[in-house]
Write a protein that binds this ligand. Sequence first.
Ligand code: PHB
Length: 359
Amino acid sequence: MTMDLFSAGNLGSITMKNRVVMAPLTRNRAGEGGVPQSINVSYYEQRATAGLIVTEATPISNMAHGYPALPGIYTEAQIAGWKKVTDAVHAKGGKIVIQLWHVGRISHPSLLPDNALPVAPSAIKPAGQAFTYEGLQDYVEPRALAAEELPMIVLDYVHATQCAIAAGFDGVEIHAANGYLLDQFLRDGSNQRTDAYGGSFENRARLLMEVTQAVVDVIGSDKVGVRLSPVNPFNDMKDSNPQALFNYVATALNQFDLAYLHAVEGGIHGGGEADPFDFSAFRKLFKGQYMANLSYDKAKGNAAIASGHADCIAYGVPFIANPDLVARFKADAPLNEANSDTFYGGSAEGYTDYPFLQN
Ligand code: PHB
């Protein structure tokens, strides 16, 4: 029997009733103190028929923030807020992992404690502007992290993972994609270090491997995924040899026996032209399960699963506008159009008011 989007499956110890995953989506609607509120509970609960929900990217510390109104996963109040989300999703028979995020240089002093400078592997200012509470402001030159500070960053991931367990999540996804901190270490456009964390592929991947080991030690490898975006130019990212770098990273991640590897197979947010990349070769180097993301529709998702390229498919924008995306795929029903004006921030409009199919 060939498998498709509607086949049950599992990622490590996370069982899925289907292979339609809700991708992480930044929505900027958390409450004061980065605490998820009832509207966020409703939003995730509405989408619990997904085989798995990956939450919006969620800062692991107060230095990990880079946008307004993000939820966090490092305080007691945030744990309590997220617990309501996981309880609601579980009550509907869904599964949910939280995406652990440190934005690195993609931030602004006005979003950080005591107007701190954003931190990064190297003091290289990204092109572009930060979304702040005062509107768009140019990115600043970040402060290069000292090697002695990196164990503290790893401990922030450990603490966030402990918080995720307390909040009832089924697992965690380490965000190492899209030009944020761990990706900034991986790619040489943003990492010009000359110490053990820069230069060779092994050195540039060192922080990701240390974070992954530490997170695995807390929650277990069968509950950990890692997200990569080998050629996404968004956030002023580039690398001199992405295929060789990410082939190395996919291979190195095999040591952990992870629940899954999640790949953004191209560029997002109109960040420019993505370099050519052989995702099939990259995928084959990873020995575990593979979650594919970007521009898949139902037919492409089914084809990717049938061919063995992917074990599940993460859908982003379609899940914004279609809380019942799985039912619509199953029925070959038309999809609601997403309104990009209400993607980031605001209230229920464009968040929890997209219509379900009428039965
Ligand atoms: C965004 O807020 O635009 C955003 C956040 C996390 C990502 C990508 C984009 O991984």
